[in-house]
Design a binder for this molecule. Structure first.
Ligand code: SF4
Ligand code: SF4
Length: 282
């Protein structure tokens, strides 16, 4: 016995047309999602994985990226170079020199492992994606092409306001401050800037800035520039050279202590000179 079919609803004439018009109206009021590429470039997020850029100067040919790549699509060739010892009697060193660095983007699966494992920040993601080729062999990008992608890598996001200042910025800032102090000292040493004497008056210093309670005149300021900097007039401010040296003293890098260690020791250099307290015994 055949199963009975459910009773069909009576069709209202024109209902199909009304449905179609309703869909059209709904779509017309929605925001369009169609991208008019390539006439209009897509607005990609900054962390888009488009292509990998190589910053060659940072690469030490440690081969970590090539070893960790799951697709084995990174090709690195290198040779060793011997660097002579920096000091007499020192040890020679050897370093790896990069000969070839290539990534085959026809095999790459854009996992980003190579970028994550690179210990020297030599690999970066670039959002560029327009490098399709008609020949698959052209998708192996050699080091020159990988370097070109570097210039399309976006700048890193800004640090948190309370974050520690990066070492590179701190070094650059200290160098700029030191240079500014040196320039200030040079300006103070020039005769025109050191101050001009006012005939018969108490005098006001120029950049050197004497005067005040001590009442030293311009002539005194000029004399002080020619005098030994370690003997300033009582009551006057220290010389600008001293200020500059005092400013850079605490920030002097440890490597500069070589100057002090290179100073000849008095006892070894002048053994014939009598020690204090021994004069007149002979
Ligand atoms: S993104 Fe992944 S697959 Fe591509 S080169 Fe790097 S490690 Fe290999
Ligand atoms: S991991 Fe980094 S430093 Fe090491 S070979 Fe790869 S790119 Fe160069």
């Amino acid at each position: 016995m055949a199963a009975s079919l459910p009773p069909s609803r009576p069709r209202i004439p024109g209902s199909g047309l009304a449905k179609g018009l309703a869909v059209t109206l709904r779509t017309m009021t929605r925001k369009t999602v169609t991208e008019q590429y390539p006439d209009v470039q897509p607005d990609l997020p900054p962390r888009t994985r488009g292509v990998i850029g190589l910053f060659e100067e940072n690469c030490t040919v440690c081969m970590l990226c090539a070893r960790e790549c799951p697709d084995w699509c990174i090709y690195i060739d290198s040779h060793k170079e011997t660097i002579p010892a920096a000091t007499p009697g020192g040890r020679e060193r050897s370093r790896n020199v990069l000969d070839r660095f290539a990534i085959d983007f026809s095999l790459c699966m854009y996992c980003g492992i190579c970028i994550e494992v690179c210990p020297f920040d030599a690999l970066f993601w670039s959002p560029e994606f327009e490098y399709a080729e008609t020949d698959i062999r052209e998708l192996t990008h050699e080091r020159d092409k990988l370097r070109e992608w570097m210039w399309t890598v976006p700048a890193p996001p800004a640090l948190d306001p309370g974050a520690e200042e990066p070492k590179e910025l701190a070094t650059a800032r200290k160098a700029a401050e030191k240079l500014a102090a040196q320039r200030q000292a040079e300006t103070a040493d020039t005769p025109g800037a050191a101050g001009t004497a006012e005939p018969g008056g108490a005098g006001t210093g120029g950049v050197a800035g004497t005067g005040g309670a001590a009442g030293t005149g311009g002539a005194a300021a000029a004399a002080r520039t020619t005098a030994a900097p370690s003997t300033p007039a009582p009551g006057t401010e220290p010389h600008a050279d001293e200020q500059a040296r005092a400013a850079e003293g605490p920030t002097r890098p440890m490597g500069d202590s070589k100057q002090q260690t290179d100073q000849p020791k008095l006892d070894k250099q002048q053994p014939d000179q009598p020690k204090p307290g021994q004069e007149g015994r002979e």
